[in-house]
Design a protein around this ligand. Structure first.
Ligand code: MN
Length: 430
């Protein structure tokens, strides 16, 4: 498959096909040329028309299209780019192809990076919004926790095999991509155009060639779009995602080139300030604003009394907790660290003044009578006063959360049956 691809990106063919397809996109009217008669054989511009608009001879333009020119001056390239009304990505692509042909031998190239430096990872981790770093092949090299969670369908996809998670491979080879990206046709076009630009910039990257060969062989869509010879930059905009856990998201993104690591790009996603949360759970929706603590509520951290097994009458499975803090007084505040073994859960219960759960490890399932939430490490969930709910670990992971609530008198109800637990995990949101 690599040989077939190498044939495809022979720089001469590439330059010819690129210029021919650009010519085909521009009508004489758009180029401001008079149209004589009604029987042109071509819809786009003729070579002689491009040459005239670029201010060069037809012979020279024809040799350029055939890749037989060697060094080409900037002013000629500028003239051709102007005549063909190339955008920035197309102009750069033209320059890269001509340079490759002029040098005749592969440039010394630094290998494409496959990991990020520790500083870059720290920056990712410090960002409060989803962010990841990718290289020119669209390999996802690093992400922060929320970026990883946002792109979970890409990371979890089986199409990568032993290779690095790769957005393009996910887009073209995993049917789940069409659910994850509601604008999949555009997303897939952008991915092809991005890889095409990258192949022009770095025509001797064997792993990029392998990826393009793999996608050409296995995806009809990729093959078709690749033949269009489009190139595009994708540096800022809005992306719509349908996340399997969170639901529909619309996020603005910005791309930042890492100046010290050529070819690496940091992509950061943010939601516009007036964007409502995607799908608020009943627990969040009914939450009151937190009350400021009164002077009397000064918290006392307890000496640890050791880890305590949670009572079997109330909890299913193995559950342990440590009391971290409580505050004596009328409004008693409790903070417990609670650990659930896989499949373990509380009974149904209510808190007289509500409860905050903050998950620190594993995946928590929190269910009310009509909703189920999966809560990930770093996320918090507010369960309002009197709302009946239960919480626990998913079936194949330990889970740990901080539990914080005010007021005495949790009201415990029935244990959560295996059927109720299985049904909760089977709901579309879980
Ligand atoms: Mn609770």
């Amino acid at each position: 498959m690599r040989a077939a691809y190498r044939e495809n990106v022979n720089p001469k063919d590439e330059l010819r096909d690129f210029l021919t397809t650009r010519r085909g996109k521009i009508t004489p009217e758009r180029a401001g040329l008079p149209v004589y008669g009604g029987n042109r054989r071509v819809t786009g511009l003729r070579r002689e028309e491009v040459a005239m608009l670029a201010g060069i001879s037809v012979e020279y333009y024809t040799r350029l299209e055939r890749g037989n020119v060697g060094e080409v001056s900037d002013s000629v390239l500028e003239g051709v780019a102007h005549a063909l009304q190339l955008d920035e990505a197309e102009r750069d692509h033209l320059v890269h192809l001509v340079q490759t042909l002029a040098t005749r031998r592969p440039p010394r190239r630094t290998p494409t990076r496959t990991r990020v430096r520790p500083t870059v990872q720290r920056i990712l981790d410090a960002l409060p919004t989803p962010a990841y770093v990718r290289n020119g092949r669209m390999d996802l090299l690093a992400a922060n926790a929320v970026g990883h969670a946002l792109y979970a369908p890409v990371y979890d996809s089986s199409v990568h095999g032993r290779s690095a998670p790769n957005s393009a491979r996910f887009v073209f080879l995993d049917p789940a991509a069409q659910d994850f990206f509601p604008t999949w046709p555009k997303i897939s076009d952008d991915a092809v155009a991005f890889l095409r630009a990258e192949a022009g910039r770095d025509p001797y990257d064997p792993q990029l060639q392998d990826l393009i060969g793999e996608l050409s062989t296995r995806s009809e869509r990729f093959r078709q779009r690749w033949a269009a010879h489009d190139v595009r930059y994708h540096r800022a905009g809005t992306k719509r995602l349908h996340h399997p856990l969170v639901g529909d998201l619309e996020l603005d993104f910005e791309a930042f080139d890492l100046a010290a690591d050529e070819g690496l790009r940091l992509n950061v996603y943010t939601a516009a300030p007036d964007t409502p949360p995607p799908r608020p759970s009943p627990c969040w929706r009914a939450g009151p604003p937190p009350r400021p603590p009164s002077r009397r509520d000064a918290m006392q951290f307890l000496e640890s009394n050791g880890t305590v097994a949670a009572p079997r009458e109330i909890f299913t499975g193995d559950v342990w907790f440590d009391v971290l803090a409580n505050v004596a007084g009328e409004d008693r505040l409790r903070v417990n660290m609670v650990r659930f073994s896989p499949g373990a859960r509380t009974a149904w219960h209510t808190h007289p003044l509500g409860q905050t759960l903050h998950v620190t490890e594993g995946l928590a399932v929190v269910a009310t009578r009509d909703a189920v939430e999966i809560v990930r490490p770093g996320q918090s969930l507010w369960c309002p006063e009197g709302e009946e709910h239960w919480h626990g670990a998913v079936s194949d992971r330990f889970m740990q959360h901080l539990a914080m609530w005010e007021g005495d008198g949790v009201v415990w109800g029935d244990k959560v049956t295996d059927d109720e637990y299985a049904a909760a995990l089977a709901t579309p949101n879980a």
